[in-house]
Design a protein around this ligand. Structure first.
Ligand code: ATP
Ligand code: MG
Length: 183
């Protein structure tokens, strides 16, 4: 299972439809400060079901919608689509019949997010599970945020543990344990 294409429309600084072909091997994204490199990575995380606005550097999830500039109006929606090449048939059961399929997430102001897999309406959970089973996904330790390495080096032991737990995707387990202990 590999990513083929990332399409963005109205997502953060990508106000116009943008189609990014991801070729086999290593992909590098280069450009001046503020040109949208991190936004691209966030789009990838977002379409895989990321639901923490802070992981998108926002206060609310609608902050991912193009907010407008002096010359261009704000958008009412943002949409990101990810094409998955599944010729190796590694997608989990239920999604594993086709050589290729698309996952789409769309957010509308005041109406939240809607997800599709291969054109069918699905829940956020279905998308998150698809990637969880394929050991990738929005919380994958393979996705390292900008600044995370220097945070890790300079952090005190306790916050270093928290960063590592978040990267490993187990911080939720601790939150649930803490909740259980309080009961
Ligand atoms: P650096 O090299 O500094 O890390 P970068 O290429 O990673 O830069 P990003 O952080 O991806 O840049 O992009 C930042 C730009 O995206 C800023 O100009 C910011 O105004 C713009 N941006 C972020 N969210 C939105 C939004 N909702 N609407 C419009 N523009 C946005
Ligand atoms: Mg950046």
């Amino acid at each position: 299972m590999r990513f083929d294409r990332l399409r963005l429309n109205g997502f953060k600084s990508f106000v116009d439809p943008t189609d990014l072909v991801i070729r086999e091997g290593l992909t590098g994204v280069v450009g001046p400060n503020g040109c949208g490199k991190s936004n691209l990575l966030e789009a990838l995380r977002w379409v895989m079901g990321e639901n923490r606005p802070t992981a998108m550097r926002g206060e609310g999830m609608e902050d991912v919608i193009f907010a407008g500039t002096t010359r261009r109006n704000a958008r009412a929606h943002a949409e990101v689509s990810l094409s998955v090449d599944n010729r190796d048939r590694l997608a989990p059961a239920g999604f594993n019949e086709d050589d290729q399929f698309d996952i789409t997430r769309r957010i509308t102001r005041d109406a939240g997010s809607a997800y599709k897999i291969a054109g069918k309406d699905v829940r956020a959970r279905d998308v998150q599970m698809l990637f969880a089973d394929a050991s990738t996904g929005a919380h994958s330790p393979a996705l390292v945020r900008q600044g995370q390495i220097s945070e890790l080096i300079s952090a005190k032991p306790k916050s270093r543990r928290r960063i590592l737990e978040e990267a490993a995707g187990i911080s939720g387990l601790y939150a649930r344990r803490h909740e259980a202990e309080l009961k």
